[in-house]
Design a protein around this ligand. Structure first.
Ligand code: NAG
Ligand code: NAG
Ligand code: NAG
Length: 291
């Protein structure tokens, strides 16, 4: 064998190897949280690229900072275009990793996108069942308002123009929540609408739902909301499997669970802002679902 042919051979081998390794990992699309933007998702992007070299990671740089308060359906429209344009050029589909408010945006995306090809949907410290708590975020938006009073601002037409109001879930004003919520109550199937069935079918196209949260979150309230648990009317927390929307399989959660496709990853000792920056959260809860 000549020197030249062995060089050619190893070059071909190299091409095959790099081709197969880049084929091995599906693209990952990341959606950021409230008051944040693409740059806050840099650390987790690095974790992914270190663990799975060659992965195409896209952090959607839309509605950053204050713009993240814009109405959620308006945001969903633009996030959808961005997600679809990535999805449309991948035959094998992609993964969706969504942090905090990004998690409810992604829940909506997966409901409204027909024939989507998202495999793992990872919701990282997201208020999936709603938010009811006086967090640092809340103080920025409603400086003089107690959490008990927020419903008066949120459960009116104008209030529903503010993202945080669209997943504000006051357990003491259930009736008004159901009447006025034009976002969370719809995507969680808490009230029937024309698209309930279609949205459920679309959501069920995912292969895996990964729920990540923990008791030291400090922002998501109750923290179990990141795992689809929520307050009952006396503020005790009812876990996912005892929630009405689970029991009546309103948006497909029970079906996914019975299919064995819900992974719950509880991480103590992690503050909300650190969920996207913690290498142990990444290794324990995320890495294995991004292949
Ligand atoms: C993605 O493909 C679908 C189906 O072909 C098409 O309806 C949609 O407009 C495409 N979206 C983008 C952003 O390219
Ligand atoms: C609070 O509500 C839950 C669920 O509705 C119920 O099981 C529990 O007994 C209530 N606890 C108190 C102290 O009233
Ligand atoms: C986040 O994690 C870093 C590094 O582990 C730590 O120093 C910091 O105190 C944490 N932040 C919060 C708010 O817990």
């Amino acid at each position: 064998m000549t020197m030249k042919s062995s060089v050619v051979r190893s070059f071909v081998l190299f091409l095959l190897l790099s081709w197969s390794s880049s084929e091995a990992y599906k693209p990952v699309i990341i959606v950021h949280g409230l008051f944040e933007g693409a740059k806050e998702m840099r650390t987790i992007t690095e974790f992914i690229q270190e663990a799975h070299p060659g992965t195409e990671v896209t952090v959607l740089d839309l509605f950053d900072g204050g713009a993240s308060l814009e109405p959620l359906w308006y945001q969903v429209k633009y996030f959808r275009l961005a997600v679809e344009s990535i999805m449309n050029r991948t035959e094998d589909g992609a993964h969706l990793l969504c942090y905090s408010q990004g998690g409810v945006i992604c829940r909506a995306l997966l409901s409204v996108m027909p024939k989507h090809n998202i495999h793992s949907f990872i919701a990282l410290s997201s208020p999936l069942a709603g938010q009811y708590g006086g967090t640092e975020y809340l103080k920025k938006i409603f400086p003089d308002t107690l959490k008990k009073e927020v419903y008066k601002l949120c459960y009116i037409k104008l209030g529903q123009e503010l993202s945080i109001c669209q997943y504000w879930n006051d357990p003491h004003h259930r009736h008004q929540y159901l009447k006025h919520s034009n976002f969370l109550a719809l995507i969680n199937g808490e009230k029937e609408h024309t698209f309930t069935k279609v949205w459920r079918e679309n959501f069920l196209r995912i292969k895996k739902l990964v729920l990540i949260g923990g008791p030291d979150d400090g922002v998501i309230t109750p923290w179990q909301s990141s795992l689809f648990g929520f307050f009952s009317s006396n503020e005790t927390v009812v876990e996912m499997r005892n929630q009405q929307f689970y029991m009546n399989d309103a948006f497909g959660l029970k079906t996914l669970d019975l299919r064995g496709d819900v992974s719950v990853c509880k991480q103590p000792g992690v503050h909300h802002t650190n969920f996207s920056r913690s290498v142990s959260v990444f290794n324990n809860c995320i890495r294995d679902w991004l292949t």
